[in-house]
Design a protein around this ligand. Structure first.
Ligand code: XIL
Length: 357
């Protein structure tokens, strides 16, 4: 039976190729199959490090500047705009077929001295902010697909934080609650009508007073036609017993309002010893936190992106932020080796990709 033999032979020879084609090869591939973006915050000064660039391009399909598009980087003086670092990120992303999230246009932190200490009056601040939003967003129009328009405007009670843009002295809407946030979104929509506009916040991922306030604000904006498209959940996690069911519930209620959710700044910091090493057990528990958050996102069709804040423990803001007491927060270790957290993300995304829709 020559036909049967050769048919078997062909099947045998093809089997690895079929397997290869149908099972995801890495995070980027598994995310694409799961229908979600997987991103990392990046520093353009590190693109020259081969392992950094190779890992980033291989494993992620989205990038966000960790600092390069913030006021203090872009606006060294009132009269100048410096897009150098941001443009480098755009070039990298375009060369590797990656999407770009912009971060951020309105925040009370990381503003240049001339702005924060400039004693501008509300009319001047309003003009400065509108001009900044318009100039930056038009520069990146067609390149940056989504912007964190406003970052961290609420405190842990869900009240508006005192800030330069709100009430110190603010842009002229200081006694009108979230109106200054709505104004920023309207200016952003005018500047680039195609861009998706996000409100980005810390510690409002689960169910608490802050996330209740975000929910109420988004509901109100949607009802009044304020152009908001999404909520960014930062997800800087420091505890290993995270309530991921509450996160799933929060994502579900937000997406039910008709906005997207992006996980924007995910990391899970661990206690580290004096040489920066975490305990082995903690790495395994960390992986379960990663798994739970990815699972929570993938449960909601409106949760469209999962992004980590950096991707290698070699370059993470956690060490400097925690004065070296915590670290090891990201899916790759300092040698760019995937950690259990990476495997957990990969497995969750692959499982979603293989589930019937
Ligand atoms: C951090 C960067 O990672 C640091 O490099 C910088 O020194 C300070 O800002 N929430 C945010 C991010 O929205 O912009 C912050 O990024 C981390 C907390």
């Amino acid at each position: 039976m020559p036909f049967r033999i050769s048919f078997r032979l062909v099947t045998l020879l093809l089997a690895p190729a079929i397997l290869f084609a149908s099972s995801p090869q890495g995070l980027r591939d598994s995310a694409q199959s799961a229908g979600v973006l997987v991103g990392a915050a990046v520093r353009p000064s590190l693109f020259s490090e081969a392992a950094y660039s190779e890992t980033l391009a291989r494993e992620f399909n989205m990038v966000e500047p960790e600092d390069a598009m913030k006021w203090w980087k872009v606006r060294l003086s009132q009269g100048t705009y410096d897009f150098g670092d941001g443009d480098e990120i755009v070039r990298f992303a375009q060369a590797h077929g990656m999407k770009i999230r912009g971060h951020c246009l309105v925040w009370d932190h990381h503003n240049p001295e001339w702005l924060a200490q400039g004693h501008f009056n509300p009319a001047q601040l309003s003009h400065l902010l509108q001009e900044h939003i318009a100039t930056v967003m038009k520069h990146y129009a067609g390149q940056v697909f989504a912007w964190d328009v406003v970052n961290e405007a609420l405190d842990e009670h869900g009240h508006l934080r005192d800030s330069l843009w709100y009430n110190q002295p603010g842009i002229g809407l200081s006694d009108k609650g979230t109106a200054y946030i709505g104004q920023a979104f309207r200016w952003a929509h005018e500047a680039d009508p195609q861009a998706l506009l996000f409100y980005n916040e810390a510690e409002g991922e689960g169910l608490n007073r802050k996330s209740d306030a975000i929910y109420a604000m988004v509901k109100d904006f949607k009802a009044r036609g304020v152009p908001i498209d999404g909520v960014g959940l930062q997800m800087h996690v420091a505890q290993l017993d995270l309530d991921t069911a509450a996160i799933a519930a929060n994502i579900a209620r937000l997406t039910a309002l008709g906005v997207q959710v992006h996980i924007t700044e995910f990391d899970v910091s661990l206690p580290v010893d004096s040489s920066g090493q975490p305990r082995h057990d903690d790495l395994l528990r960390q992986a379960e936190v990663y798994r739970g958050v990815v699972h929570a996102c993938l449960q909601s069709p409106g949760c469209a992106a999962i992004q980590t804040w950096g991707f290698t423990d070699k370059w993470s803001w956690i060490g400097s932020h925690s004065h070296g007491t915590r670290g090891a927060a990201l899916p790759f270790d300092r040698a760019y080796k995937p950690k259990p957290a990476y495997d957990a993300m990969f497995e969750e995304m692959s499982a979603k990709a293989n589930r019937p829709h």
